[in-house]
Design a protein around this ligand. Structure first.
Ligand code: CA
Length: 460
């Protein structure tokens, strides 16, 4: 059943399009022709009877395949269609096939730009994000009547004049195609077809097949088969084109940029983390703390603890400061959590303070002990002094008596001396001193006074 006659196709390494044409179940020959030569895609539906339509569509697609632009240039595409119109007219005149003609729906697709030239009732549809839109307007009596509100699309499908077209190639030298310039996006699907498809299938059925059939060639084949299954009253031609467009390339480019950006961000994060770790390590390394080490104050660099088994500090030195010599609170801290410092200098400064404290404490302790010793000595001296004083007094009395006796014995003026002596005796020590001074011949003031007394005594 398949009839690829009139197909002008160029194979592509990527299956981005598919096509199918079929004579159908009623006609005895296929008057449809098509071109699948990216970026050009054309469907032509010939008419005229006695194979004239077949010739017309073939002449039309041959002409446009030669003259169509390589880019979506609607003006150039329009000129190519006009040239095809002249070619069909000329052929009709030369071959005597007056009245033969053909429709033409020609599309040029380049990335995300689509140019379409339209004559007759073949159609272009675009499936975009789940919505199928008819891009072209039919040049047909039914289309005019629907637009005029005279009939509904449903009535048009069964109208006896449903095949009458109002514009075609091969009949009017002044024919002008409708031109469309459309922006499409990657993922869109373009459908070109002859009325053998749209007269057999409702739009929603066509859309469903386009959406459900991923492969464009399978979609084209399936649509033709569905039209045949629905009756196949006419020749059926279908071209399905998947649009990659700029978006696919842009997407790939964006992905590459995203990957590059992702790598950059990851590297940046690594750098930041490494920087933070290094900064933290430097900070921690500079920290210091004091801790008791077997009764001595020790200086450590770093912080207490470990990171994944790695000690975060090391012993810098054990000092000569005894922990026990420090204030109890300080000593307690040193034995338990330690005492932190911003750096080693500060740690050793603390040690110096502790050492000063200890020295001062020792000095005060020594002073107190010295004071206690002196006090004890003083007490001892006082104790001894008191004992001696009592003994002297006793001896003095004896001496006094002896002195008196002696004086009395030496002077011979015993009455005066005795009287003096008796007067002196009443004042105790003074008398003793006089007596001692006299006997010792001392020159101190006390002695002088004594001498004076003696002198007085002598004067008297
Ligand atoms: Ca047809």
């Amino acid at each position: 059943m398949a009839d690829q006659k009139g197909t002008k196709a160029i194979q592509s390494s990527k299956a981005m399009f598919g096509s199918r044409t079929d004579v159908g179940c009623v006609r005895d020959h296929n008057e449809d022709s098509l071109v699948v030569a990216p970026p050009l895609f054309v469907v032509a539906d010939g008419m005229g009877g006695h194979a004239a339509g077949e010739v017309a569509s073939e002449i039309a697609v041959d002409t446009i395949a030669k003259l169509a632009p390589k880019t979506p240039d609607t003006e150039a595409l329009g000129k190519a269609v006009i040239a095809a119109n002249y070619a069909v007219i000329n052929a009709a005149q030369e071959k005597g096939r007056h009245g033969m003609g053909t429709t033409m729906t020609a599309a040029i697709l380049d990335k995300e730009r689509l140019a379409i030239a339209q004559v007759g009732d073949s159609r272009a549809y675009l499936l975009h994000q789940g919505h199928m839109q008819q891009l072209t307007r039919d040049h047909s009596l039914m289309a005019d009547m629907i637009e005029a509100g005279e009939i509904t699309p449903e009535e048009a499908r069964v109208h006896p004049q449903r095949s009458v077209i109002t514009r075609a190639l091969g009949t009017d030298p002044n024919m002008q195609p409708d031109l469309y310039e459309i922006n499409v996006t990657a993922g869109d699907r373009l459908l070109l077809c002859s009325d053998g498809l749209t007269s057999m299938l409702e739009d929603f059925e066509i859309q469903q097949t386009l959406e459900e059939t991923r492969d464009p060639q399978k979609a084209a084949t399936l649509l033709v088969n569905q039209a045949i299954a629905a009756g196949g009253f006419d020749n059926v031609t279908v071209i399905v084109v998947d649009i990659a467009g700029n978006s696919a390339k842009q997407l790939a480019k964006t992905r590459r940029h995203s990957v590059a950006w992702g790598i950059f961000v990851v590297l940046l994060l690594i750098a930041v983390v490494v920087g933070i770790c290094y900064g933290s390590y430097r900070y921690v390394s500079n920290l210091a703390y004091l801790h008791d080490d077997n009764g001595q104050v020790a200086v450590y660099q770093g912080i207490r603890g470990n990171f994944f088994g790695h000690d975060l500090s090391h012993l810098d030195s054990v000092t000569d400061v005894n922990t026990d010599d420090l204030q109890p609170g300080t000593a307690s801290h040193l034995r338990e959590d330690g005492i932190r410092a911003d750096n080693l200098d500060e740690a050793y400064s603390l040690v110096d303070q502790y050492r000063d404290y200890v020295d001062q404490n020792n000095a005060e302790q020594e002073a107190r002990e010295q004071s206690a010793r002196e006090a004890q000595e003083a007490r001892n001296q006082n104790s001894n002094g008191s004992s001696n004083q009592n003994g002297t007094s006793s001896n003095s009395s004896s001496s006094n008596s002896s002195s008196s006796n002696s004086t009395s014995g030496s002077n011979g003026s015993s009455t005066t001396q005795n009287s003096q002596s008796g007067s002196s005796s009443s004042s105790g020590t003074s008398t003793n001193t006089n007596s001692t001074s006299n006997s010792a011949g001392s020159s101190n003031s006390q002695s002088a006074q004594s001498s004076s007394t003696t002198g007085n005594g002598a004067t008297r």
